[in-house]
Design a protein around this ligand. Structure first.
Ligand SMILES: NC(=O)c1ccc[n+]([C@@H]2O[C@H](COP(=O)([O-])OP(=O)(O)OC[C@H]3O[C@@H](n4cnc5c(N)ncnc54)[C@H](OP(=O)(O)O)[C@@H]3O)[C@@H](O)[C@H]2O)c1
Length: 210
C-alpha cells in the first residue's frame, strides 16, 4: 500500500483495519474523519484462501471466514451508510462473485457469504429508495480475475479469466455509470442462465479447477 501511495500524486490515506476485530467500525470512522469525508466506499473483502477453496475446511476456519467475509462486510457498510444518510449522498460498492450464482461444493461459506452480500446490497438499495435518499449501490460480480493466487495454467485462459488491469477498468466503468449490478467480464451475464440450469455434476466439474 505504501509503494502504491508513492505512485499516486494526490493525497492518499492508509489505515490498517482488521474487520474481524471489535474496533473495526471505530477505525473506519476515524479514517473517514482523517480524510475529511466519504463519497464512495468499495468493499473488496475476502478471507478466501486455500482452506476456503476445498471442502476440508474446519468449523473454526469456516467461522473465521464468516467473521471476515460476511460480518466484516456489513460492519464496514454500516459505517459508510451512516455517513451517506447524514450527508444525503454517497456510493456503496460491494464486490461479490459469480460464486453467488450457485451453491458451491468447494467453498460453501464463501459462496453463501456472496449470496448474502448480494441480497444485502439489494435490500439497502430498496431501503434508501423508500427513504428517498440519493445513494447509489453497486454490486460488482467478478468471474475469474487473475491475481497472485491464481494457478498460471488457469490464468492463461484468456476467454474466461481476466487480468487485474482490465478488471479494474471494468469496475471503474460500472461505478462511474452508477450500475446496479455489473458482471466482470460482461459475458458472465450470458453464462448466468447456463450456470443456474446445468446439472450438479457438470457445475462441480466446471468449477473444480478454479
Ligand atoms: N480473484 C478472483 O477471481 C475473484 C473472483 C470473484 C470474486 N472475487 C472477489 O474480489 C475481492 C478481492 O479479491 P482478490 O481476488 O483481489 O483477492 P485478495 O487480494 O485476497 O483480496 C482480499 C482482500 O480482503 C482483505 N482482507 C482479508 N482478511 C481481512 C480482514 N480480516 N480484515 C480486513 N481485510 C481483510 C485483504 O486485505 P490484505 O491484503 O491486507 O490481507 C485483501 O485486500 C474479494 O471480495 C473476492 O471474493 C475475486
Amino acid at each position: 500500500m505504501k509503494s502504491l501511495q508513492e505512485e499516486i500524486p494526490t493525497k492518499t490515506f492508509i489505515k490498517i483495519i482488521d474487520v474481524s476485530k471489535s474496533n473495526a467500525q471505530e477505525l473506519l470512522s476515524e479514517l473517514i474523519k482523517e480524510m475529511g469525508g466519504l463519497d464512495l466506499i468499495l468493499i473488496s473483502l475476502s478471507a478466501f484462501n486455500d482452506f476456503c477453496g476445498n471442502y476440508k475446511a474446519t468449523p473454526e476456519q469456516e467461522a473465521w471466514q464468516i467473521e471476515v467475509d460476511l460480518k466484516g462486510f456489513v460492519k464496514m457498510a454500516q459505517v459508510a451508510l451512516q455517513v451517506f444518510e447524514q450527508q444525503r449522498s454517497g456510493h456503496l460498492v460491494g464486490i461479490t462473485s459469480i460464486s453467488a450464482l450457485r451453491a458451491s461444493l468447494y467453498s460453501p461459506i464463501y459462496s453463501s457469504s456472496k449470496i448474502f452480500i448480494q441480497q444485502y446490497l439489494e435490500s439497502i438499495r430498496r431501503r434508501i429508495q423508500l427513504k428517498n435518499i440519493p445513494i447509489c449501490v453497486t454490486d460488482i460480480v467478478p468471474g475469474w480475475v487473475a491475481n497472485e493466487r491464481y494457478n498460471p495454467k488457469y490464468a492463461s485462459n484468456k476467454y474466461w479469466v481476466i487480468g487485474l488491469k482490465e478488471a479494474g477498468r471494468q469496475i471503474i466503468d460500472a461505478i462511474n455509470k452508477n450500475t446496479k449490478q455489473a458482471y466482470v467480464l460482461k459475458k458472465w451475464m450470458i453464462a448466468v442462465c447456463a450456470i443456474k440450469c446445468t446439472p450438479d455434476w457438470f457445475h462441480h466439474w466446471l468449477f473444480s479447477g478454479f
